[in-house]
Design a protein around this ligand. Structure first.
Ligand SMILES: NC(=O)c1ccc[n+]([C@@H]2O[C@H](COP(=O)([O-])OP(=O)(O)OC[C@H]3O[C@@H](n4cnc5c(N)ncnc54)[C@H](OP(=O)(O)O)[C@@H]3O)[C@@H](O)[C@H]2O)c1
Length: 210
């Protein structure tokens, strides 16, 4: 499958390297040339503009900071129609000393993105784990879980296949429609506290069911 990743940060690059084993992947930046070092290291992954990559991808991944996601996605909106889009952005407000979410409780970034792109099949996934763990869940030995949500059953099936077959996720909790993004994004509150306590980001949640 051709996968277009919107963004060229840590998450975009980590996902691109992981996905390029089974897929054709491009990542995107405001300034693709800035990523020459990455392109030399991973020549299979091309870096292009947001517009080019959003046209290229049959499946799209939003790997932008939460606070710029809506503006950038709006600018490439027509290229995203009728495509599945994984949204893993967190609505973190970095302007405050302690991190806050700029949308929460009765709305979420996942829902805002789905409202902005009514003809795109948005699936929230992977926002609750660090980039390295997204593509390599077996790097934590004990069982640990991931969440997805979205309005479209077939889109969630496609995303589930990627999570299971490309990355090896075993336990995926479906939180229902895109409103489930509220719960997934608000996990950032506890995730950030745990990061402070644990001192690194290689940890995750596990739901023990009797
Ligand atoms: N880091 C993690 O482990 C992790 C884990 C879970 C979820 N997330 C979420 O995943 C998303 C991406 O995280 P990241 O750490 O990879 O992000 P990042 O490195 O901060 O940024 C990703 C990309 O966003 C683009 N960008 C930044 N400001 C922009 C602007 N004003 N306009 C247009 N593009 C802009 C940059 O593009 P340029 O190349 O043009 O500068 C950059 O390539 C975030 O929403 C984060 O909350 C991250």
């Amino acid at each position: 499958m051709k996968i277009g990743i919107i963004g060229a940060g840590d998450v975009a690059k980590t996902l691109a390297v992981g996905l390029s084993k089974n897929h054709e992947v491009k990542i995107s930046s405001r300034n693709p040339d800035k990523n020459k070092e990455f392109m030399n290291l991973y020549p299979k992954v091309e870096v292009a503009t947001f517009n080019e990559v959003s046209i290229y991808g049959e499946l799209i991944i939003n790997a932008l900071p939460g606070n710029v996601s809506l503006n950038v996605l709006e600018s490439i909106k027509s290229n995203l129609e009728n495509k599945v889009m994984i949204d893993l952005a967190n609505p973190l407000d970095f302007s405050k000393d302690s991190f806050e979410l700029f949308v929460a409780n009765n709305d979420s970034l996942g829902e805002q993105i789905q409202r902005l792109l009514p003809n795109t099949y948005v699936v929230k996934a992977l926002n609750t784990v660090t980039a390295k763990l997204m593509v390599n869940p077996s790097s934590i030995k004990n069982p640990h879980d991931i969440f997805i949500c979205g309005n479209h059953k077939d889109a969630k099936k496609t995303v589930r296949m990627i999570l299971e077959d490309d990355f090896g996720w075993e336990t995926i909790h479906d939180l229902g429609d895109i409103q489930g993004s509220r719960a997934m994004e608000q996990l950032m509150h506890i995730w950030l506290k745990l990061w402070g306590n644990i001192g690194h980001t290689m940890f995750n949640f596990h739901i023990e069911v009797k």
